[in-house]
Design a protein around this ligand. Sequence first.
Ligand SMILES: NC(=O)c1ccc[n+]([C@@H]2O[C@H](COP(=O)([O-])OP(=O)(O)OC[C@H]3O[C@@H](n4cnc5c(N)ncnc54)[C@H](O)[C@@H]3O)[C@@H](O)[C@H]2O)c1
Length: 253
Amino acid sequence: MLLKGKNILITGAATGIGQGTAKVLAKEGANLLLCDINEASLQETMSLIESFGGKYPTLKVDVSKKEDIENMVKTAVDVLGSLDGAFNNAGISGATAEIAEYPDDAFDKVIDTNLKSIWWSLKAQIKVMLSQPGKGSIVNTASVGALVGKPGISAYIASKHGVSGLTKNAALEYGKHGVRVNAVCPGVIRTPMLDGLIKSGKVGSEADWNAIQPIGRLGTTEEIGEAVAWLLSDRASLVHGQSIALDGGFTVS
Ligand SMILES: NC(=O)c1ccc[n+]([C@@H]2O[C@H](COP(=O)([O-])OP(=O)(O)OC[C@H]3O[C@@H](n4cnc5c(N)ncnc54)[C@H](O)[C@@H]3O)[C@@H](O)[C@H]2O)c1
């Protein structure tokens, strides 16, 4: 098992990539603090993984609030005993409009949820990890939207480029001190977020999304989870500061 006995928190764990990753990390032996703003749906994730036999407490967290993030990190240590890993994954796609029409408050909401959340998470998580003998590993969810742009979702693109930048800087500042920091950049993954974007009718149809990935299909949440599990594990000890595309070849086409 890649993560036997490791204590890891996951945000956005109620659905989508967070839920799929929770399944993989639990299978690999981790204990998990499952965090999300949608507390009721966290129970569904818990019920999907409880048979793996670890500890899987849940916590309601709004990642756009600094105090919630600080409480989340403290709770992870109190309830699990340490913080060996963190998967900072919660995010929103936000409004769809071109820049001149994009509402300022909608821009702020995306930045608070997708980027400031990572800033506050890194600050709180790194402090705790530095105080532990085993230090730690952090994985942030960016997006292929951290590597390329896409018309209509400028706030999202800006937030995810920011996540990649913070990941690089955190890696440079803390690598020598035993904390590894990386990001995953999912391509098009079948989740409720993607379903919402497709239903908006402003960013292309399902067939369009299938076609942009050279493997000819959408990714699955568990495929993201497999990469996250490896990055959080000691087996990825030389991987540091990277924003890794998990996109079926989209960004090389
Ligand atoms: N689905 C894709 O194709 C895709 C592609 C690239 C990146 N991503 C990124 O992956 C991450 C997960 O997205 P997903 O596709 O699984 O979406 P999703 O909508 O299925 O899941 C997002 C989760 O985050 C939670 N969340 C939203 N706002 C929150 C807040 N303020 N505080 C706490 N939790 C909150 C939601 O309740 C939900 O459980 C996001 O950061 C997203 O930007 C997704």
